[in-house]
Design a protein around this ligand. Structure first.
Ligand code: ADP
Length: 398
């Protein structure tokens, strides 16, 4: 079988990450990875590393627009230093109610997904832009969309349906769930012995948690948008809707433009809330832990709210799953913040979750539960790009 170079494009609200893999039969080998970060600033970062981690590009360009940022990526990929891809996989947070399967990207499909950018407004506009550009700069190369919502497609209607008037449900307002490619990659890594009753907590800047039965998603904390569910770096998570109405009315005292008021509310709920809002200091767990060490009570409260909320979700998911075999932590905080894992699990002994403090005292992949803990607790880093490559290879063969 020939080697198939596959390019993965993964955009965030202010960054574009990319990586190249070589696929031969079941083997996947990373060739390079890179990112442009800090879109919208005068001092961005642009780097590319080879498979051994050696920096091939390391620059600090001004990145006034996403177009400038993507041109840097496109020029590098066309420089002749990297193999031309036979296929490209795009990570897409949400394609809306009509685009729920990973599939070949056409201009019509992009138009359809663009109708629903309001469901993940920080993430989808840049992803849509990159898909259009990619079709243009790699003519004849098949581009595939890989959706974060895809893993959550197995959630039952009682979980996905929102308690709202039907006219809004008919517009596609429902629970979709996010971080799906990360969850899929954890299940993939646990194969062939995926536990029947599994909870995975993806704790990064954005945070969510998912209940998985026999390898399929049963429930997840994020809803219509990535702002729902757990409190995270800068997002409220689930909140009494009356709070949003209160803030909206306060904003309405200063503007009569309803769209401008909604935009301001979105900034409050998605960019100024969460760990940042409560601490008044930072959305970054490392900084919050340092502040706690220095006696900062607001940082303590913010982190307590975070760990308490996660423990509550774990409790409700154990009830939903009818028990628990394994709990997995992933994401930047899940992999590295030893204290968060200890604090989340400290009150969960009654559910059979018992950490071993010595085993938990690690960063990176490990089993961290006590030997006699009824529930196994593990740390597993996500492998999202690899998952996208697997989807692309499967779709290429269809
Ligand atoms: P994103 O959602 O942007 O991909 P990440 O998964 O990279 O985010 O997670 C970022 C979070 O992980 C930040 O809150 C950061 O402070 C936290 N983190 C990273 N490394 C450590 C560490 N060594 N100790 C504690 N927290 C860490």
């Amino acid at each position: 079988m020939p080697s198939l170079p596959v390019l993965v494009l993964n955009s965030g609200s202010s960054s574009i990450k990319f990586s190249g893999y070589e696929a031969v039969n079941g083997q996947r080998t990373k060739l390079f990875e890179g990112a442009v970060d800090g879109i919208g600033t005068d001092l961005g970062q642009f780097w590319i590393k080879d498979a051994d981690g050696k920096k091939l590009v390391d620059q600090n360009p001004a990145l006034p627009t996403r177009a400038v940022a993507f041109k840097l990526v496109a020029d590098a990929l066309h420089s002749g230093k990297f193999p031309m891809p036979v296929a490209i996989g795009h990570r897409m947070v949400c394609g809306g109610p009509t685009v729920q399967k990973n599939q070949l990207i056409t201009p019509e499909l992009i138009d359809e997904m663009e109708r629903y950018t309001a469901f993940a407004p920080l993430h989808t506009p840049i992803a849509i832009y990159i898909m259009r550009e990619s079709l243009h700069i790699f003519p004849g190369v098949p581009n595939f969309v890989c959706l974060d919502t895809y893993f959550h497609r197995t959630m039952p209607e009682v979980v996905t349906h929102m308690p709202i008037p039907d006219e809004y449900a008919a517009m596609g307002v429902r629970r979709y769930g996010y971080h799906g490619i990360s969850y899929e990659s954890i299940v993939h890594q646990l194969q062939p012995s995926v536990p029947g009753k599994l909870i995975v907590a993806h704790l990064g800047n954005g945070a969510s948690i998912t209940a998985i039965r026999n390898g399929q998603c049963l429930d997840t904390s994020m809803g219509l948008t990535p702002t729902g569910g757990l409190i995270s770096g800068t997002r409220t998570g689930d909140i009494d809707p009356g709070v949003l109405l209160f803030i909206l009315r306060k904003i309405a005292e200063t503007t009569s433009d309803a769209t401008a008021a909604a935009d301001k509310l979105e900034v409050v709920a998605s960019k100024k809330a969460g760990l940042l809002g409560v601490s008044g200091l930072s959305n970054d767990m490392r900084e919050l832990r340092e502040a706690i060490q220095a006696g900062n009570a607001k940082a303590r409260l913010a982190v307590d709210k975070f760990t308490w909320t996660i423990a509550k979700w774990i409790g409700s998911f154990v009830a939903e799953l009818g028990g628990l075999d394994m709990l997995v932590f992933t994401g930047g905080i899940g992999e590295n913040d030893i204290a968060s894992r200890a604090e989340i699990c400290s009150g969960l002994g009654a559910l059979g979750i018992v950490l071993d403090p010595a085993r938990n005292n690690v960063r990176g992949p490990a089993i961290i539960s006590a030997k006699d803990s009824p529930v196994t607790v593990r740390v597993i880093p996500p492998a999202e790009d690899l998952m996208i490559v697997n989807h692309v290879i499967r779709l290429l063969g269809e």
